[in-house]
Design a protein around this ligand. Structure first.
Ligand SMILES: Cc1cc2nc3c(=O)[nH]c(=O)nc-3n(C[C@H](O)[C@H](O)[C@H](O)COP(=O)(O)OP(=O)(O)OC[C@H]3O[C@@H](n4cnc5c(N)ncnc54)[C@H](O)[C@@H]3O)c2cc1C
Ligand code: SF4
Ligand code: SF4
Ligand code: SF4
Length: 342
């Protein structure tokens, strides 16, 4: 068995698959396979429970580091210290700022490692641990499917002292809870903005071939923007459908998620609020400001970017309006009292 709170999160299908519990459980009671990201909501084999049954030692760690148990902030902008528009010399998803920060900090020896998500031609993804600055670019580009980034930290927690995490808001949240409750090896959390993500099979078998109508092996980039989901193909063509056609197919936990901008990150990075090819960057903590200062000479900045912070706030409000009731309904079913908003 794993801890009952975690079992509730899984049973009510609101587990984001962030993987925090996998890395944090001292008993190794929780493991997660690729199935976690593509699982059928009716099939709760998300976790294969440790080598031995009843391996859980009841230490409560997992219940302290689960973002869904922890709950959400009503105001996810209260800790934003600065809003910037930046880009790098890396041809990333947007301005490549995420990869550039990780690359520079690895080069400077300020971090020992970071986990990235790489993919093959068919958009099948892998979690990869990077210790070499020049490898970081292998993970550039957004995959709108989900991989359990934090579960890949189990071994690095034993091997490295200065770990950076790059992840979507639920992963930034789990990473923050690990650093506050389990160990202080995560020195920097770069959180991406995120409206939703998709199971791998839904992306590969439904959204790209059926809804967008292209072969996934021909797609070189996917993106959300201007009310549409875009697939750019290798022949130079642009294919798009309204976001409303794909959003209902998002993973179930995403319909319960109330963090758009990675409120628990040190540095949040997205594209919204800035022109194409640029990143919006939100600095939120002392660590965020400290590490960003170390890399800013490698970035280009834009004064007074348009459409600006107002659009980020509008989209965050839309996510909260869509999802807060769903989340509170699930909280009522939990057999414990945590969760909810603060
Ligand atoms: C599922 C998802 C939804 C998003 N939704 C929005 C949105 O609504 N609005 C917005 O402004 N921005 C959104 N983003 C962020 C945006 O797509 C870019 O990731 C961000 O602007 C950083 O761009 P970059 O050029 O700096 O990234 P790059 O320099 O290209 O680096 C990309 C980094 O993201 C990591 N990564 C890629 N896919 C994933 C994934 N699925 N999970 C975790 N890490 C991943 C890679 O490992 C790499 O480190 C989303 C990202 C994801 C993954
Ligand atoms: S309570 Fe402790 S031992 Fe049990 S599953 Fe959670 S983290 Fe592991
Ligand atoms: S910590 Fe993450 S992976 Fe574990 S139960 Fe909670 S949401 Fe799921
Ligand atoms: S919408 Fe929330 S739960 Fe879904 S991937 Fe994004 S941050 Fe995680």
């Amino acid at each position: 068995m794993v801890h009952p709170k975690i079992m509730d999160v899984i049973n009510f299908d609101v587990c984001t698959a962030c993987g925090a519990c996998v890395s944090a459980c001292p008993a190794g009671a929780i493991t997660m396979g690729k199935a976690a990201e593509i699982r059928d909501p009716d099939n709760l084999e998300l976790y294969t429970q440790g080598a031995a049954p009843n391996v859980c030692e009841g230490c409560l760690t997992c219940s302290r580091i689960c973002p869904v148990v922890d709950g959400y902030y009503e105001d996810e902008f209260a800790n934003v210290r600065s809003f910037l528009a930046a880009k790098s010399n890396i041809a990333g998803q947007d301005g490549g700022v995420t990869s550039a920060i990780a690359r520079s900090l690895l080069r400077q020896g300020e971090i020992d490692c970071v986990v990235g998500i790489t993919m093959n031609e068919k958009w099948e993804t892998e979690l990869e641990l990077f210790t070499n600055a020049e490898d970081v670019e292998k993970a550039k580009g957004t995959k709108y499917t989900y991989d359990s980034v934090l579960s890949a930290l189990r071994d690095p927690f034993n091997e490295y002292e200065k770990i950076a995490v790059i992840g979507v808001p639920c992963q930034a949240h789990g990473a923050r809870l690990i650093s506050e409750n389990v160990n202080d090896k995560i020195v920097l959390i770069i959180g991406l903005l995120c409206m939703e993500s998709f199971y791998h099979d839904v992306m590969q078998e439904k959204i790209i071939p059926e809804i967008v109508g292209v072969n996934i092996a021909d797609v070189k980039k996917m993106d959300f923007g201007k009310g549409k989901f875009w697939a750019y193909t290798k022949d130079g063509e642009e294919h798009s459908v309204k976001i409303a056609e794909v959003a209902p197919h998002a993973r179930n936990p995403c319909h319960h998620c109330n963090d758009y901008t990675s409120v628990f990150a040190d540095i949040s990075v997205g594209s919204v609020g800035t022109p194409d090819g640029w990143n919006c960057v939100l600095l939120r903590t002392d660590a965020g400001e400290k590490y960003f200062k170390m890399v800013e000479s490698e970035l280009e900045f834009m004064e007074d970017p348009k459409p600006g912070m107002g659009l980020i706030e509008k989209l965050a409000k839309m996510k909260h309006d869509n999802n807060s009731e769903h989340y509170l309904e699930v909280c009522e079913k939990f057999s414990f009292d945590d969760g909810g908003f603060r």
